[in-house]
Design a protein. Structure first.
Length: 221
């Protein structure tokens, strides 16, 4: 089979369906210098779309997700596409303690949510990220230096609704060199449309109908 896309990936109920954010991050991934010696970590792998793509480019790939259904989906999709991917179940980097990588990619939950309590199951677990949308983004920014080898790169995608400057500042404070590598403007999906009044009250809206996605590339010197 060719390049995996959302329509060709096996996806059990509750596993995040690859969308525009996955496509944007995949394009950034393809620009990296990836070969047989490259070790890649996919944090929050979901269906395994990014992990399978990295393996297709020749990398040695480890994929992590906290959801059992996502772990199963990634294993099945790697098998379906004939790619070798090591899949671990766990909470972000706790699943691979003491390991470091040449490239870390992540499409974490990043949607601002009214509730303080995050879901522990179901489809919403893949996007709910607390009132500012930064619960997982901040954790990844803080942990990235320890997961990257010298010269290693973090690629992370999220919505501008949860703040681009805070991500850049946090990565800089962690000792990395971050830049915005890609941007895309997309229409609101059903979740954001339903939250439009709440987002407006929070002062998070710059456009009533569209959101900006960004891929941030941060390199460890």
């Amino acid at each position: 089979m060719g390049t995996p896309t959302g329509s060709f990936l096996l996806r059990p109920p509750g596993v995040y369906a690859p969308q525009q954010d996955t496509d944007l991050l995949t394009r950034a991934l393809r620009r990296e210098d990836i070969g047989p010696e490259t070790e890649v970590l996919d944090l929050g792998t979901g269906s395994g779309a990014l992990a399978v793509q990295a393996a297709r480019l020749g990398a040695r790939v480890t994929a992590v997700d906290i959801a059992r259904s996502a772990v199963l989906a990634t294993r099945l999709n790697a098998l379906r596409y004939g790619r070798r991917v090591t899949v671990r179940r766990g909470d972000l980097l706790s699943a691979v303690p003491g390991r470091s990588y040449d490239l870390v990619v992540s499409n974490p939950p990043y949607v601002p949510s009214p509730g303080e309590r995050l879901p522990s199951r179901g489809a919403a677990r893949a996007w709910e990220a607390g009132p500012d949308g930064r619960v997982f983004v901040d954790r990844i920014c803080d942990a990235a230096p320890g997961a990257l080898r010298p010269g290693g790169v973090l690629l992370i995608v999220h919505s501008a609704l949860c703040g681009v400057r805070p991500t850049l500042a946090r990565l800089e404070a962690a000792g990395l060199e971050p830049v915005v590598a890609d941007r895309a403007s997309i229409p609101f999906g059903p979740v954001l449309r339903a939250r439009r009044p709440w987002l407006r009250r929070r002062g998070l809206l710059t456009d009533e109908n569209r959101e900006e996605l960004v891929v941030i590339r941060a390199e460890r010197p």
